[in-house]
Design a protein around this ligand. Structure first.
Ligand code: 6PG
Length: 480
């Protein structure tokens, strides 16, 4: 630990993520100024981890600012929302033009856009940086998604790249784009994380309820899956969680955990933004709604009491290949979830002129973050080969994989429906795939109905223009 000399970078907000990030920076040889609203945490960090590198503890924000080299780089690691605004307000009065304020929390990208614009007015740079990987990632190498000006990236980029996870010699960090781009990408990362977890949970449910397997046996299945195409952090830790036995009762812990999934909001934001952008992210939406359904405990109890649970399911109908079928269904549904997430990224990038490189996003998600997966290499290759892919589904590799999985995917959804096991993720992914593939969709009828009750007009397949049928009159058609 040192208290002399200027620090290269600062971290304010020393809860677990903040202190681990500060330690990661210190371990990489950066002299880090550290500050927390209550200075007990600052002192504890230095006392417990001072030997890991050079920390400059600051009691006040003013002291923190004064301890930094210029242009200053200050990472804020506090709760998203009002607490972040409060810290920014306190900081801006103390900083000089050219200094950089970096928000490493899970901020809403619209807040980041607002803050970036306000700080730019004051001659300051605001970098909204998505950071993924939880506590462990923050300490040992997260995936970092910084937005903001190119100029700010020339300062913070090299630092972030050096502390990020590295895959094949490449850092899991890249300049995402201006203003809110970094936080938008992090938000979609989380949305995909929700979808991925929902699909994994459905696979577990099917193997247990239809396949009659115990959590320990399902853990083995996931362990096995983790050596193939599904290799990923979430599949790996699924085996860990399912294999864990509660030491007190000897019961698998997963059987004791209340089945009510919580959420902090990033998945919901991903869906809200997708609705605004007109991008169908059905997998993420189903994942958000499934969490919310699980939390409606009283309503669940009432409906269960009124109807009972599905009980006439016969395990004779279970196919011998259930485990392999579920693996295929999981893989295909996962391709759909990622395809949808990347569609949302593309749409936002176009809307805000961010110029986000989708292949680069797949590259920086290969390590450090929660959705890190072997699979992301394939996505990177797909976008490298064709940055303008209409959908990930049309890339040759994914087309072959999905086509190969299709029959198993349908068998799994049919079995789930018959057995009354809810699989909104698998089913909606399949419906999305079938929707995109359909030669004709019943949207024609929807247009007809809209025209009937609201004269909303329709277009025709056989001629140009917009038309309205005089439904209440002689039913002749007029040009609209
Ligand atoms: C990450 C995680 C992280 C956090 C989520 C959890 O990338 O490191 O996504 O950001 O674990 O916010 O979100 P929920 O509490 O909404 O599940």
């Amino acid at each position: 630990m040192t208290t002399e000399g200027k620090a290269r970078i600062a971290v304010t907000g020393l809860a677990t993520m903040g202190s681990n990030l500060a330690r990661n920076l210190a371990r990489h040889g950066y002299r880090v100024a550290v500050h927390n609203r209550s200075s007990a945490k600052t002192r504890a960090l230095v006392a417990d981890h001072g030997h890991e590198g050079e920390f400059v503890p600051a009691e006040t924000m003013q002291e923190l600012v004064q301890s930094l080299e210029t242009p200053r780089q200050i990472i804020i690691m506090v709760k998203a929302g009002a607490p972040t605004d409060a810290v920014i307000d306190e900081l801006t009065g103390l900083l000089e033009p050219g200094d950089m304020v970096i928000d490493g929390g899970n901020a809403h990208y619209a807040d980041t856009r607002r803050r970036e614009a306000a700080l730019r007015e004051a001659g300051l740079h605001f970098v909204g940086a998505g950071i993924s990987g939880g506590e462990e990632g923050a300490l040992n190498g997260p995936s970092i998604m910084p937005g903001g000006s190119k100029e700010s990236y020339s300062h913070v980029g090299p630092v972030f790249e050096s502390i990020a996870a590295q895959v094949d010699g490449q850092p899991c960090c890249v300049h995402v784009g201006p203003d809110g781009a970094g936080h938008f990408v992090k938000m979609v990362h989380n949305g995909i994380e929700y979808a991925d977890m929902q699909l994994i949970a459905e696979a577990y449910d099917l193997l247990g309820k239809i396949g009659g397997r115990t959590p320990a046996q399902i853990a083995d299945v996931f362990r096995e899956w983790n050596s193939g195409d599904l290799e990923s952090y979430l599949v790996e830790i699924t085996a860990e969680v399912l294999g864990h036995v509660d030491p007190e009762s000897g019961v698998p812990l997963v059987d004791l955990i209340a089945d009510e999934a919580e959420q902090k909001g990033t998945g919901r934001w991903t869906v809200q933004e997708a609705l605004e952008l007109g991008v169908p992210v059905t997998g993420i939406a189903e994942a958000v709604f499934a969490r919310s359904l699980s939390g409606h405990v009283d309503q669940r109890a009432a409906v269960r009491t009124a109807y009972g649970t599905v009980s006439d399911f016969s395990s004779d109908r279970v196919s011998d290949s259930l485990v392999e079928d579920v693996r295929q269904a999981l893989y295909a549904s996962k391709v759909v979830a990622y395809a949808q997430g990347f569609d949302e990224l593309r749409a936002a990038s176009e809307q805000y002129g961010w110029n986000v490189d989708l292949g680069a996003m797949a590259t920086i998600w290969r390590g450090g973050c929660i959705i890190r997966a072997k699979f992301l290499d394939r996505i990177r290759e797909a976008y490298d080969a064709n940055p303008d892919l209409a959908s990930l589904l049309v890339d040759d590799y994914f087309r072959d994989a999905v086509q190969q999985a299709e029959a198993a995917w349908r068998r799994v959804v049919v079995a789930a429906v018959e057995a009354g096991v809810p699989t909104p993720g698998f089913s909606s992914a399949l419906a999305y795939y079938d929707g995109l593939r359909s030669e004709r969709l019943p949207a024609s009828l929807i247009q007809g109905l809209r025209d009937f009750f609201g004269a909303h007009t329709y277009r025709r397949t056989d001629r140009e223009g917009s038309f309205h049928t005089l439904w209440g009159g002689d039913r002749s058609q007029i040009d609209a």
